[in-house]
Design a protein around this ligand. Sequence first.
Ligand code: MG
Length: 382
Amino acid sequence: MKTDRRNFIRTAGLLTLVGMTGLESLFAASGEKIIRSSKKGLSLRFLPYELQLQHVFTLANSSRKITPDVLTRIEIDGVAGYGEASMPPYLGESVESATRFLSSLDLGQFTDPFRIDDILQYVDSVMPGNTAAKAAVDIALHDLVGKLMEQPWYKIWGFDPMDTPNTSFTIGIDTTDVVIQKVSEAAPYKILKVKLGQATDRQMIETIRSVTNCPLCVDVNQGWTDRVMALETIYWLKENGVVLVEQPMPKTAIDDMAWLTQNSPLPTIADESLQRLPDVLKAHGVYSGINIKLMKCTGMREAHQMLTLARSLDMKVMIGCMTETSCGVSAAAQLAPKADWADLDGNLLITNDPFTGMQIVDGKVTLVDKPGIGLKRIKKVF
Ligand code: MG
């Protein structure tokens, strides 16, 4: 199965490159792909890299032990920046689609990496969708430019690294015993994120409250369909130390959601309802705030624009992630000083992180004073 997929990726990548001029594609034994340009511009390489999860990840009708991922590296004059595309299957991208997308890019036409806007506008224009694959280019380019400037991105953006929030740690829906076990393991975290949206919602909160008093945020993942019931539940949650409610109703229930936000004693946060910059305006007046994730919004450049726009509209901001290596979470963490909440636990859920970067110290997102996105490679995967 693995060999078949690798062969497919190689074939798809090679086929995509047929007919392109000035590009050379190479595969190393590891499956790494290098796109070199005959021009003296940026060179891009990428490598499919399966993230091994610490625990089986269970959804309504599937479970998995890995998350498909592609690592990227953009280089110029011997300086390299790293990026990644994390692609949980339910979001529609795959190693195959990312390979097709990345193979179609000609970054060699750009000799000046500081032209971030031009480069990323080109990347965005090549194909619609592919937001995680686009983020993989965006993050690597930011990392590269930060290294050339010898500054971390939070400094380039003018943020105070001391302003970062605590990160939440997610507790999934499970049996009472497992929930109690997970909550005790999460003791170092100052805020927990609880998945709701089932008939057992109140029982879930009561179970957690039997072992901890720490603040909770809840993520309903569109699970409530009756707005009056939703409002009653939110009042009950507030009495039980919950501080925010993420995506309580289906993303299509816009009128119900606007009513709920208007009447809710807790802030409501859009997640599934929102992907990219124009969605921030649509969420305004419907939700109190937004959850920005690099893999949904094509990366750091657009995430920064979304954050700025949300702030100008007086909306709350959460910065989130998928299951990712330290690369993805360290990129997202650059924005954390301007976020109200962070949900940056993605790298803590995997066992084969090839990098270190942003750290969680006493539950708080802690940025490192290193250029770019602040990564250090601990395992040479490519
Ligand atoms: Mg969510």
